[in-house]
Design a protein around this ligand. Structure first.
Ligand code: CO8
Length: 202
């Protein structure tokens, strides 16, 4: 019991650290402070990195594989946070229904490609996550074999975006899923993916 509490505290503290890291990345990338402040901030950041690097694991912590399926079993009111321990992954919380998934996000300046527009690679990342995690929520360990993205119009930064995904067709180990991004009720991008269930268990 005590170990579980300690683990829970440690997990919560790690999540807070990752959230602070995201805030730091955005502040670093957009700061307009002067030369002296930049040098000072860099020195402080390197000192923090040195502290954290004293004990480290080779890979980023992973969420529990079954967590999306548990959220889906509860219903759309339950949220599942993707890559909670990964400061570079796009931060999003998915909600599952029987047949699909949705999420509400805002992409900040870190995700800019063309001016004022979400980079196409991040659009693909977001949609692959929406499709792949829906597969995971349905209890299937599957990988993306192909992913076709159609960019209809620019996906804007700093604006509310609605994300959707659903299963189109299941044929043995092959599942076709589709997803899309909406801004102001208009689709900016769509994805169609082929997922192959792995033969081996995880
Ligand atoms: C922890 C969970 C994380 C989930 C994350 C999901 C999102 C991701 O980021 S996935 C990462 C990116 N994707 C990858 O790295 C996948 C790399 N590719 C692979 O590992 C393999 O090619 C893989 C697993 C997709 C398929 O390989 P394998 O299991 O050997 O399948 P294989 O037996 O060749 O093919 C099975 C069927 O799928 C078909 N198929 C396989 N790949 C394709 C393809 N790209 N296009 C069309 N059909 C295909 C085959 O033709 C075959 O069809 P049929 O049964 O009718 O003959």
């Amino acid at each position: 019991m005590r170990a579980v509490e300690e683990e829970t505290d440690h997990r919560a503290a790690t999540l807070e650290l990752i959230e602070a890291t995201r805030e730091l990345m955005l502040a670093s990338a957009t700061t307009e402070m002067g030369l002296a402040e930049l040098h000072s901030a860099t020195e402080q950041m390197r000192a923090i990195t040195a502290v954290l690097a004293q004990r480290r694991r080779p890979r980023v912590l992973r969420g529990d594989f079954d967590a999306p399926a548990r959220a889906r079993a509860i219903g759309p009111e339950a949220g599942y946070r993707l890559f909670p321990f990964h400061p570079v992954a796009f931060p999003m919380e998915m909600h599952f229904s029987e047949s699909g998934a949705r999420a509400s996000v805002v992409a900040n300046a870190l995700f800019e490609g063309p001016r004022e527009t979400v980079h196409g690679g991040f659009v693909a990342h977001i949609l692959d996550c929406m499709l792949g995690t829906l597969m995971q929520a349905r209890g299937t360990l599957a990988l993306t074999a192909s992913l076709e993205i159609t960019y209809h119009r620019r996906t804007p930064l700093d604006e509310p975006l609605e994300l959707f995904s659903r299963i189109v067709e299941i044929d043995g180990r092959k599942t076709i899923a589709e997803g899309w991004i909406e801004h102001d009720g208009v689709r900016t991008a769509e994805a169609r993916g082929l997922f192959i269930a792995l033969k081996e268990t995880r």
